[in-house]
Design a protein around this ligand. Structure first.
Ligand code: ATP
Ligand code: MG
Length: 270
């Protein structure tokens, strides 16, 4: 809690996630250029922009999948730059992937248990000798997996192989797996991609319920109906740079955003 923190760029000490000067170069291409973000606990924060704007790269930098070329990432007040993704997960950040990454041959429940594994305390010793404590922990994890599948509307799919689920359900299974790590911050990379209208409406309900349970959500999404109806705050990237940030209404009215992304007669939120 220091005064200089408060003085910088509108972000403040209590931001759950704070990104400053975030930059990533790929050879001659600067995919993310000096980006600043402050996500407050309890927010649904949208990250939008045209294809190739650097949104997924931002997620990769924030979640530790890629090292930044420059910049700071603080989560819960501590620097997480240089931590491996599983360490970042253990601190309470989970994500889904734009290109779904499920274990196709495993059941929905088993996929969720893979996420839960990040929280199990039993080490190799416990795993081999299956002490009563380990068995209790596993039983609790299985129960929780079922509850999470129910939460995302996949209660009937627990024993089905992930690969056989329709696309929209696979996306929700990824969310359940991410939730199994018990995150404080859930990062969703285009969760509504490929969903029809009723699926994306269900998704919005789900994301609201997730927030009601006390989680913070960072959301990359192209579906403007979803973004504008769900987000408390939206940041816009274009060619790696943040060109705007504000409420959904401010973003929709911002000339630079309309020019770069939304277009003049966009079909965004109503
Ligand atoms: N590993 C990589 N190596 C080289 N270039 C990359 C790599 N990852 C991303 N890029 C490039 O960085 C830029 C930003 O890509 P990124 O995937 O972050 O965009 P995005 O905003 O998520 O786009 P989309 O909406 O299409 O998912 C693109 O030009 C992309 O080709
Ligand atoms: Mg992307």
């Amino acid at each position: 809690m220091s005064a200089p923190d408060r003085a910088q760029g509108g972000s403040h000490v209590h931001s759950l996630l704070r990104v400053q000067g975030l930059t990533r170069r790929f050879g001659g291409l600067t995919a993310v250029a000096d980006v600043e973000l402050a996500v407050e606990a309890g927010q649904i924060f949208g990250l939008i922009g045209p294809n190739g704007a650097g949104k997924t790269t931002c997620f990769n930098l924030i979640t530790g999948l890629l090292p930044p070329s420059a910049g700071a990432v603080e989560f819960g007040g501590r620097s997480i730059v240089g931590l491996a993704p599983h360490r970042v997960t253990a601190l309470g950040m989970a994500r889904t992937f734009q290109n779904i990454r499920l274990f196709g041959a495993m059941t929905a429940r088993e996929n969720v248990l893979v996420g839960a594994h990040a929280r199990l305390r039993a080490g190799v010793f416990g795993g081999i000798f299956r002490t009563p404590a380990v068995r209790r922990e596993e039983a609790a994890a299985r129960e929780r997996a079922v509850r999470l599948l129910d939460l995302v509307g996949l209660g009937d799919a627990a024993d089905l192989p992930a690969a056989g689920l329709p696309y929209g359900r696979q996306r929700r299974l990824e969310i359940a797996r991410a939730l199994a790590t018990e995150p404080r911050l859930l990062c969703l990379d285009e969760p509504a991609a490929g969903m029809n209208e009723s699926e994306s409406r269900e998704l919005m309900d789900l994301i609201r319920r997730i927030r009601e349970q006390g989680m913070t959500v960072l959301l990359i999404e192209h579906d403007m109906h979803v973004v504008m109806n769900l987000c408390d705050r939206v940041a816009v990237l274009n060619f790696g740079q943040k060109i705007a940030e504000g409420s959904p209404a401010e973003i929709q009215a911002n000339p630079a955003v309309i020019e770069a992304y939304l277009g003049r007669d966009d079909s965004a939120a109503d």
